[in-house]
Ligand binder design. Structure first.
Ligand code: FBP
Length: 397
């Protein structure tokens, strides 16, 4: 992969901005109407929407679009349009990854296409990565709301339209090398405001500058998990909420309002075949918690799917730590969006030393160690000091 590095001038345009957006956050549960279901007989699922009597009157939030719209947190028409197009693209990807014909896509795309050409065979994009990237970029372009999109699959950010108010960073299909085994995969995204102060710079320069905003400036971020259910989990600065695709209506319906990650979990998620490449601190941490000798006196269990969105989703639901201690995952379109979401759910995103969202990116495809999870687990892990894996030989599988 070529790296896109444009020397960044010391500029005043990257002003700190409050990361809570929009400023008014309704408390959940407030006026949520979410689906409750009952199975009446094998194969027959009746879905009723029932108003929780404690919620009082008011508008009903049932779907992702209800939530972001005027009856929900009202993120503004421009962002609603963007999200509408993004969710459409993700539904298309969901049906692609589940399609019996997805293995034939390689014939049309070419098995070595795409532009992250550097690195080992395992790092090369798969046909579905390329198709997913095209689906997302064309949807974002059609929205008319995106000035620039920076994707894992492209060497440099793509300038779409001058007056698009937003910048999108995206990993279109993470975990795609698991596809042939039908293991869960996911899309990760982050949305920033366009830096209007950079409008007069040359296109290539302003595209990169807009894409290299630090995570504290995110206005929205999330992931879409393609698994037994397709789940759109997102935050617009008002907590983290998950919406599950209802195939009967084609809508993402609110199923997990106001997700709170447990303060502490009992699970770690890591590729521990790398144990002998780990630094001393990380080995001690893992050895300690799996023997039940850490601050939480219970023996931890391990879970590792090797698909970032799935490993993170699991951790968000049950607590603990999901980690990749080597320089492998990308700051801009993987670590930042997931850290934003972790924080919005009461968790933490760390590089092993400090907060991910405070890091100023300097390269589009910048890699770093990533630790996401319950606040008490991340604090305990960081206390071991030496947890970043510096030995990174590259691995074949
Ligand atoms: O080989 P490792 O270090 O376990 O890395 C696994 C991670 O790599 C990923 O497959 C992402 O890699 P790519 O961004 O190169 O596709 C994640 O989904 C997963 O968490």
């Amino acid at each position: 992969m070529q790296t896109s590095v444009i020397p960044l001038k010391p500029i005043s345009i990257v002003r700190p901005r409050p990361h809570i957006f929009p400023p008014k956050c309704p408390q959940f549960p407030l006026q949520i109407k979410f689906y409750k279901s009952r199975m009446t007989s094998v194969g027959e699922l009746i879905v009723n929407s029932q108003m929780d009597s404690s919620l009082g009157g008011g508008k009903e939030i049932r779907t992702l679009i209800d939530y972001v719209g005027k009856g929900g947190i009202d993120v503004g028409d421009d962002l609603v349009v963007l999200i509408h197009h993004l969710q459409y693209a993700c539904k298309r990807i969901a049906s692609l990854v589940a399609s019996p014909f997805n293995s034939s896509i390689g014939k049309y795309v070419g098995s070595s296409g795409g532009s992250r050409g550097e690195g080992s065979e395992r790092d090369k994009p798969k046909p579905l990565d390329i198709v997913s990237n095209e689906i997302i970029i064309s949807s974002l372009q059609n929205s008319g709301k995106v000035a620039v999109v920076a994707s894992e699959e492209d060497d440099a950010p793509i300038w779409l339209t001058d007056n698009g108010p937003f910048v999108v960073v995206i990993d279109p299909l993470d975990g795609s090398r698991n596809i042939d085994a039908s293991i869960p995969t996911g899309t990760i995204f982050g949305v920033y405001n366009r830096l209007m102060e950079a409008d007069n710079l040359p296109e290539e320069e302003k595209a990169l500058l807009n894409s290299l905003q630090s995570g504290i400036r995110l206005v929205a971020a999330g992931y879409v998990l393609y698994s037994s259910a397709t789940i759109f989990c997102a935050s617009f600065g008002c907590g983290a909420h998950a919406f599950t695709l209802d195939h009967s209506t084609g809508e993402f319906v609110l199923t997990h309002p106001s997700i709170r990650i447990p303060l502490r979990g009992q699970i770690y998620s890591v590729n521990d075949a790398r144990y002998f490449d780990w630094p001393e601190g990380l080995r001690r941490y893992i050895d300690t918690v799996r023997q039940g000798k850490g601050r939480y006196p219970k023996k931890y269990s391990a879970r590792y799917i090797c698909s970032l969105v799935a490993d993170f989703h699991w951790t968000l639901m049950y607590g603990g730590v999901a980690m990749n201690p080597r320089d492998h995952l990308r700051l801009v379109y993987e670590a930042n969006p997931l850290s934003f979401l972790a924080e919005q759910a009461g968790g933490k995103g760390s590089d092993g030393r400090g907060r991910i969202l405070s890091i100023q990116p300097v390269k589009l495809h910048q890699k770093l160690p990533l630790f996401l999870g319950s606040p008490e687990d991340i604090e305990e892990l960081e206390s071991y000091g030496d947890v970043q894996q510096k030995v990174n030989p590259g691995y074949e599988v």
